[in-house]
Design a protein around this ligand. Sequence first.
Ligand code: BES
Ligand code: MN
Ligand code: ZN
Length: 479
Amino acid sequence: MNFELETLDLSAASKEKCDALIVLITSSFKPGKDALSVLVAQALKAGDLENKAGKALLLYRPTGLACVRAVLVNGGDGSANEVSKAVKTAVLAVKAGNVKKLVICFATLPQAALLRAAVTAVAEASYVFTTTKSKPEGRVIQRVVMGVSHPAGLKPVFDRAVAAVAGIEFAKEWANRPANYATPALLAGAARSLAKLPNIKCEVLGPKQVKKLGMGSFMAVAQGSEEPLRFIVLRYDGALKSEAPTVLVGKGITFDSGGISIKPAADMDEMKFDMSGAASVLGVFKVLAELKPAINVIGLIPACENLLDGRSIKPGDVVTSMSGQTIEILNTDAEGRLVLCDALTYAERFKPRAVVDIATLTGACVVALGAVRSGLFSANDELAAALMSAGETSLDLCWRLPLDDDYAEGLKTDFADVANVAGRAGGAITAAKFLQRFTAKFPWAHLDIAGTAWKSGKAKGATGRPVALLLEYLLTSAK
Ligand code: BES
Ligand code: MN
Ligand code: ZN
């Protein structure tokens, strides 16, 4: 899918030949004398286009317009969130048709945020996963023209939004793949393929090297599977070597059965998404290569399966992490923190300016925040604020949860330095408290994306979150 930015007012839009024309109207809409304005004004007056955010009117071969289909859609107050919803509604309305060229026309002067929201929304509404179909029917929409009346200054924002879409879709692709199409080795292959892009390097460690590093906790999770683990190290070098990097750590459990503490059968297929954190890191690197910001970024991905087997870890087993801390594994389904803790210790060697881990870590976070906001944890107010605001700007929201030491009480055990689970209460926070033990050497934040990385139900699939948030955070740090 190709995005283009064009100068297009309403009268030019009415003459634009295309398979579908989406006309976005906000409450500040002032009709002109052109055919499109007249149409919109009539539809509003007649009540056929409700003056309410998200309401749309679909027209086929409307007289006076050069398009085959037109969707008049109400973007409400013109906030980025409402514009995003309106664009998705409109794209879904014409998606079933044979729409190859789509034109989106902003009836009111778009601000940068709206253009970005619209680009992201078109991509999301038209996305199709085809990798495992025998007769793939991909995306029908080929060209998307974003028509604005005054494009001055919008080009950089537009380019960034288009680049971000590529990263979001890369993350979706890998997260959507079933576990047999996204093994740790295949995930490492995806990372290696990124190293063909400018300024990116990739190193992949296997079981032997990981053992040598002393990653006893990560290895313990992997030992119940026939698929050998991979530890993926990506680097993006956009600034001087002396510039401290930001490290992104992505949970890469390519399938989470729960292990001996096995999960219920219902919806267990969704645990193929348990490497969404890793996928988001891959997506971010793809965009960095494209936008080439003046920063350094490291990506770390501990990748393995969590399965059951004669060699699997058992509840009560004690393992020694790379940090030297011993861990009593009371629940083998709390495996994310076990692979992340060793990756966090590994991150120390980069003397990072900040480390952000991204993980589908806890069902408790889904209960707490649902699918709207990711959980954000950090003892560093500045880092937390930067991530929070990156989320607001990119419409990839998160919400800060506490890290009081009292939450760590339940992790105490007589059999090791720490247990891998506490009670059910505050489960997202106790998981974060576990991770925090491995982050003494750098500013650290944790994003629990268990509720936001994918959608359940009929429209099941990866969302590509939080690629947009991470990118916004990194690009802002470059300024
Ligand atoms: N991958 C899951 C977390 C998860 C659960 C993500 C549901 C999305 C939806 C994680 O490895 C896990 O199993 N966590 C356990 C922790 C518990 C054993 C303390 C959980 O949340 O149930
Ligand atoms: Mn688990
Ligand atoms: Zn998991």
